[in-house]
Write a protein that binds this ligand. Structure first.
Ligand code: GLY
Ligand code: MN
Ligand code: MN
Length: 359
């Protein structure tokens, strides 16, 4: 990453009339410093400092050097309070931005007491906004993360048979993702079968999968810090006519959403394209969540594809497109791909087929 001071000065300090920012949110910390660890950043126009403890000092130096950080180690003889106050007074930094979206009230109070001479300002979405447009390097990592999911799905499809439980299948999906290169998981893997598939965020149970079940698998991994997210729904045995109708309605909505996703549209416009298809088929009341969300270092980022998203999409946004229909007492279907917004449309990062699979 290029030296971060100039970008922060231009895109955050100047518009908000700040002298510096203090960063502790794990995702902003990682994004700005290049280091996936713990500590705090103090960034002004003239200085980028990473303050951490001896558990992290060596790695922090290695990973944050390309972004131009100086690493300072704190300990009982050299406390954070002393380090921060020293840096602020040395450089005459007074108005400091803090991350009100992630700091707890207690943490902000601690800063108030620790730094009595400063003016505390709230950053709002200013740092999250920096992360909304992904660089080509970030997109390449997310594409590989999504492909790990593709390979894991291919590996587990032959295991989906009557008798295997939701928990066992979730375990197989996670094992396959790890074997394919995942370093962690973006969220708790969802395997929802039969009537449970009507619960969009079902937690896998010891319910055995049965003939005739919809099986919805929603899974994502972390690859070099970046998240993937994908959902596929299959039928065990032959699908009934109603299952086929619900599946194809969701598939049409998903394909239309991907087709519509492009720069210049608002997130709510893309949501409406898929939602209208589901409504027209008579299932509007069974699609309760937004069409999609962005992802990156964190699984749920902005901009979103939802009825209330007013932000305009731009090239480099990553968006999931994940419509669903969930009918209590019957079951549900969700199909989800992660896509990158390009200059004239979007490109799906997932390769897994979306036609109905009957196992
Ligand atoms: N289950 C997380 C998501 O798809 O957003
Ligand atoms: Mn998902
Ligand atoms: Mn998602």
């Amino acid at each position: 990453m290029a030296d971060i001071k100039d970008r922060i000065a231009r895109e955050v300090l100047a518009p908000k009339d700040l002298d510096a920012i203090v960063v502790t949110d794990q995702y902003n910390f990682h994004y700005l410093s290049g280091f996936d660890g713990e500590g705090e950043l103090l960034i002004s126009a003239g200085r980028a400092v990473l303050i951490t403890d001896s558990r992290y000092t060596i790695a922090a130096r290695e990973f944050s050097a390309p972004a131009g950080f100086e690493v300072i180690e704190y300990n009982s003889g050299h406390p954070r309070k002393e380090i921060l106050n020293g840096l602020l007074s040395e450089d005459g930094l007074h108005k400091i931005g803090f991350e009100d979206l992630s700091l707890t009230v207690a943490e902000l109070e601690k800063y108030r007491k620790m730094l009595p001479d400063i003016e505390i300002a709230l950053l709002g979405e200013a740092l999250d906004a920096l992360r909304m447009v992904k660089s080509p390097d970030e997109i390449a990592l997310m594409e590989e993360a999504e492909h790990i999911g593709d390979r894991a799905l291919e590996a587990v499809l032959p295991l989906i048979k009557p008798g295997i439980t939701e928990l066992e299948l979730a375990c197989e999906i996670e094992y396959a993702m790890k074997r394919e290169g995942a370093m962690g998981f973006s969220f708790e893997t969802i395997v929802a079968s039969g009537l449970n598939s009507a619960r969009p965020h079902h937690r896998p149970t010891d319910k055995p999968i049965e003939k005739g079940d919809f099986v919805t698998m929603d899974f994502g991994c972390i690859y070099k810090g970046y998240c993937s997210d994908m959902t596929r729904t299959v039928v065990v045995g032959k699908a009934s006519e109603r299952q086929k109708e619900v599946y194809h309605t969701v598939l049409n909505a998903q394909l239309a959403g991907v087709e519509a996703l492009r720069p210049g549209l608002k997130g709510k416009d893309v949501d409406a394209v898929s939602r209208d298809i589901i409504k027209a088929a008579g299932y509007g009341e069974y699609f309760g969540h937004g069409l999609g969300h962005s992802a990156g270092l964190f699984i749920h980022e902005s901009p979103r594809l939802s009825p209330s998203e007013e932000r305009v999409l731009v090239p480099g946004n990553i968006e999931t497109v994940e419509p669903g229909i969930y009918i209590d007492g019957f079951g549900g279907v969700r199909i989800e791909d992660m896509c990158v917004v390009t200059e004239d449309g979007c490109r799906s990062l997932a390769l897994s087929p979306k036609d109905l699979i009957e196992l």
